[in-house]
Design a protein around this ligand. Structure first.
Ligand SMILES: [Zn+2]
Length: 276
């Protein structure tokens, strides 16, 4: 006779759990995730949420550690939902941070799949859409960028792979290759970035380094190459799943691209900062 791993009572010959206990356990797990997801999306009464979670945990034989994991999962889902319908709003951001504080969920736990970073990124984009220069990045140490007097760092991507196109794109005929500047405040959802990756047979990995975005320039600083590009010298941007491509406004300029690992954020950030 084995004991049920949930209720601890005899479960029968060669059985590790009662079917009913397993069912209750799974039900309670889903319930906790969705309770937290809803509170993270719409806000809510946190003490009563806590009471509900404790009740679910008891009825579903869920211990403290497991309950915590499930809350993190619910929080991650709420972040996903917040971005599904567009830009992260102030309200969505406060619900998520209040939830985090109330249950003492740690930044490290919430960021193991990048969800915590995503709300920071969402807040940065929201500032830019509202015409504000975001001040949400603290830099430890000195950046290798020679900033101008009134220039402000908005974001720094680390370990960015920089690619150059081998040759200038040849356009056949006169009407192709027209670059269209994107409109102000255009926001692309994560789903729009399923496409290609930066690296192709046409590109050369030229360097790896820091990519800084300020209110005036894009800076790149690597072991071999360092340069900055003024936002208004860029004529077109190309979204990639893992980064961004850009074309400078110069007859000799070859397309350049940067792999940041997050095409959604990089593209929304750089194209909209350029409009500030
Ligand atoms: Zn049982």
């Amino acid at each position: 006779m084995g004991d049920c791993k949930f209720c601890g009572k005899p479960a029968g010959f060669l059985r590790g759990a009662h079917k009913v206990c397993e069912f209750l356990h799974n039900e309670a797990k889903n319930k906790i995730i969705s309770l937290v997801e809803n509170a993270g999306s719409q806000g809510g009464n946190l003490p009563s949420l806590e009471k509900n979670i404790n009740e679910e945990a008891i009825s579903g034989y869920i211990d403290k550690t497991k309950a915590n994991q499930l809350m993190v999962e619910g929080w991650e889902k709420a972040v996903e939902r917040a971005f599904d319908d567009g830009v992260l709003t102030d309200d969505e951001e406060s619900s998520l941070t209040e939830l985090m504080a109330h249950f003492s969920l740690s930044q490290a736990e919430l960021d193991k799949n990048g969800a915590y970073s995503k709300i920071v990124k969402g807040a940065v984009l929201r500032d830019i859409f509202e015409g504000k220069i975001p001040e949400r990045v603290k830099v430890d140490g000195n950046l290798p960028f020679n900033l101008q007097k009134t220039e402000k760092i908005i974001w720094v991507f680390q370990d960015v792979e920089y690619y150059e196109q081998k040759k200038k794109t040849q356009y056949v005929g006169g009407s192709q290759g027209v670059s269209i500047r994107i409109a102000k405040g255009l926001y692309y959802r994560a789903g729009a970035f399923k496409g290609e990756r930066v690296e192709t047979h046409e590109t050369i990995h030229a360097d790896t380094g820091l990519l800084g975005v300020t209110n005036k320039h894009i800076y790149f600083s690597g072991g071999a190459k360092s340069f900055r590009i003024r936002h208004d010298k860029i004529v077109s941007f190309e979204p990639f799943s893992d980064g961004i491509g850009l074309q400078r406004d110069a007859a000799t300029a070859k397309p350049q691209s940067f792999v940041t690992g997050d095409g959604w954020f990089t593209y929304n950030l750089i194209t909209n900062v350029a409009q500030l």
